[in-house]
Ligand binder design. Structure first.
Ligand code: SF4
Length: 303
């Protein structure tokens, strides 16, 4: 029983790199959440990469709270302002099966690490009837040892890799150790799933898809991340999604450097570098067609 691992002890919570050590039966930690699972939406989602959303949509469950506090978070109402509804693991299992019934290509767990014991309990309940892949969609700020505990539960990892530099990750997400944790966790994800496997319709069944959103004024940081990927991750062991649609949300206006959209020049330079490094398996965006990132309505649908 993986749930018996001490990392799953929410009375002394150390589930993520924040290592709060709080008793979440009584009070929330840095993630803003007590022990009970809370979600803000469970519905078919069509705005992930084509290999995740496919034609029918991804069965996305958006969890409340987050252990990162990105100042530009588009989902800040649920990640940082507490929107959400408490549900039991049994109800979450029912939701997974309902999403499958609606035709979802996969179950997409969006930012759920702080609720892992309950999520794994729900997966244990649903698994006998669940036949679609389970996606772990996260900000990348994870403990590698927690990723190790997901073996057998998760088919696809969809982590962000946001920053290389410590100053940047501290300034925008309050996490100086972001790259250290995220880089080791992504290596653990790849070791767990092996190389990406797509079905005959191009829908991902297994593997790791790394997302990197290029930030305004941070081209050199993106370049350092791409070089790290090319040098340190086995070739063809992951897909890369290079995102251009940064939009100043939430508290971005506090930081002049990111209080604007990305320029075509900035994105194209990063894209060129990815191509030069041979990082061409994945998804790149036409900057000219980039729209404001889609934010789903957090109206408790499907809960
Ligand atoms: S999951 Fe929440 S309470 Fe637990 S260590 Fe992380 S931020 Fe702290």
């Amino acid at each position: 029983m993986k749930q018996e691992n001490s990392l799953f002890d929410l009375t002394d919570c150390r589930l993520c790199p924040r290592n709060c050590g709080v008793n979440r039966m009584e009070r929330p930690g840095f993630c803003g959440e007590k022990a009970g699972i809370r979600c803000a939406r469970a519905a078919l989602h069509h705005w992930e990469e084509p290999c995740i959303s496919g034609t029918r949509g991804s069965g996305a469950v958006f969890f409340s709270g987050c252990s990162l506090k990105c100042c530009f978070c588009q989902n800040y109402k649920i990640s940082q302002e507490g929107l959400g509804k408490e549900i039991s693991p049994a109800k979450l299992a029912e939701i997974f099966l309902e999403l499958q019934e609606q035709g979802a290509h996969n179950i997409n767990l969006v930012t759920g690490t702080h609720f892992l014991p309950g999520i794994l309990a729900a997966l244990d309940l649903a698994r006998p009837k669940l036949s679609i892949p389970v996606v772990y969609n996260c900000g990348g700020y994870e403990k590698p040892e927690v990723i190790g505990l997901l073996d057998g539960y998760i088919d696809i990892f969809l982590p962000d890799l946001k920053y290389f530099g410590q100053d940047l990750s501290l300034r925008y997400s309050g996490a100086r150790d972001y790259f250290d944790q995220a880089s080791r966790s992504i290596a653990a994800m790849i070791a767990q799933t092996g190389n990406p496997v797509l079905d005959e319709n191009g829908i991902l069944q297994k593997g790791v898809l790394i997302r990197h959103m290029v930030l305004p004024g941070s081209r050199k940081d993106s370049s350092a991340l791409l070089k790290w990927m090319a040098r340190n991750l086995p070739k063809d062991s992951f897909l890369l999604s290079l995102l251009s649609q940064y939009t100043p949300f939430y508290k971005s206006s506090r930081y002049p450097q990111i209080n604007r959209r990305l320029t075509t020049y900035e994105y194209d330079k990063v894209l060129e570098e990815a191509v030069d490094l041979g990082l061409t398996r994945g998804f790149m965006q036409e900057k000219s067609s980039a729209k404001e990132e889609y934010t789903p309505p957090f109206d408790l649908e499907g809960l």
